[in-house]
Design a binder for this molecule. Structure first.
Ligand SMILES: Nc1ncnc2c1ncn2[C@@H]1O[C@H](COP(=O)(O)OP(=O)(O)OP(=O)(O)O)[C@@H](O)[C@H]1O
Ligand SMILES: [Mg+2]
Length: 330
């Protein structure tokens, strides 16, 4: 379990993260998404006890980060952004060394186990310096799993892995995530969409959205676009659809296929369906289009960037928006 409240980190004048509040429960995989410089690594370093926050509090695996950071570190597995491996050691030496540091019981067996889990056993005797980037990433992951941590914090775990390994790691994380708490950062939105129970989108050090991948896409899309398909060429249907209330535009995509933009308000699908069927057309499909997480992400981070640009150029603020209400607090 991870519980974070008002977490803030300043590097000199720069506020890297600003009053983050979120949680990750046991059995949950939470994805941390955001563009470069959003504050993902900063947050993860704080949560793993490698760096204190400037403000705010957090508990990890039930222990307070500020007052019980040793207890936290015992219960957290951390895959840092740049895995600090010891190049002069072999894979098995390195893992054994880390296991000893963490006082892992039945060290040899456990090291063998994690090497199997991440498929690196056949390279056990290779020097870490001779491993490819993806193989090194696997060793980093093995290291994070060694002490069977309750909480896994993984900074871009898929980075550098080939597609086959990405599938393996996803499978592994689902297994681990069923009983433990996993927080991972990624730029690859498809991974978050597939893997995460919940997604936190962070931009400029602040949370801009948080929900399940499905609800995020429904929420942002607002269910605004519908795809309709009827059997045959749909002759005459366009005029009927355009006469309906609650639709802002109707476009013919192909014979019998229409793209409908709906106005905000009640769901118009029942009305559309009864119009189609009532008019004697055969309804093949009526589907609400969902935005991918990628589209949402771009939309959200663009809105923020535009707002920031507007503030800088002194453009008038939208009604109800308090000037500088956020920036003054950092
Ligand atoms: N040690 C540091 N000293 C000063 N500024 C820092 C330091 N570490 C990070 N920052 C700044 O804090 C902000 C957040 O950085 P962070 O590394 O947390 O982003 P990130 O979301 O992990 O980005 P990326 O996707 O590129 O890994 C950035 O503006 C970065 O330049
Ligand atoms: Mg980072």
């Amino acid at each position: 379990m991870i519980q974070v409240e008002g977490l803030t980190k300043r590097y000199g004048e720069r506020t890297a993260i600003n009053k983050l509040t979120f949680h990750a429960d046991k059995g949950e995989i939470v994805g941390f998404l955001g563009p470069n410089g959003a504050g993902k690594t900063t947050t993860m370093r704080i949560l793993t006890g490698y760096m204190p926050p400037s403000e705010g509090k957090a508990s990890v695996a039930g222990f307070d980060l500020l007052t019980q950071s040793l207890e936290v570190r015992k219960r957290v597995g951390y895959l840092p952004e740049n895995v600090p491996l010891y190049p002069e050691m072999s894979v098995v030496q390195y893992l054994d060394f880390m296991a000893e540091l963490r006082q892992v019981p039945n060290r040899n067996e456990r090291v063998d186990e994690v090497m199997e889990v991440v498929h690196i056993a056949d390279r056990a005797e290779s020097f870490v310096s001779n491993l490819s980037k993806g193989l090194r990433q696997r060793v980093g992951l093995a290291q994070a799993l060694l002490h069977k941590p309750e909480v896994l914090i993984l900074d871009e775990p898929m980075e550098g892995l080939d597609p086959q390994q990405q599938i393996e790691v996803k499978r592994l994380l689902r297994e681990v995530g069923a009983a433990q708490t996993v927080m991972l950062s990624t730029h690859i939105l498809a991974h978050a969409q597939e893997l995460c129970d919940r997604v936190i989108i962070i931009n400029g050090g602040q949370i801009v959205a948080e929900d399940t991948p499905d609800r995020l896409s429904a929420q942002i899309a607002g269910g605004r676009r519908l795809q309709l398909e009827v059997d045959g060429d749909g002759d005459g249907l366009l005029a009927e659809l355009r006469a309906l209330p609650g639709l802002s535009s109707v476009r013919v995509v192909a014979d019998g296929r229409f793209e409908i933009e709906t106005a905000p308000g009640p769901d118009v699908r029942p009305l559309i369906a009864s119009t189609v069927v009532g008019g004697g057309w055969k309804l093949l499909e009526l589907r609400r289009e969902r935005l991918s997480l990628e589209e949402i992400f771009i939309q959200l981070t663009r809105e923020e960037a535009e707002a920031a640009a507007a503030a800088e150029t002194g453009a008038p603020l939208a009604e109800g928006q308090a000037p500088g209400s956020d920036s003054a607090a950092g």
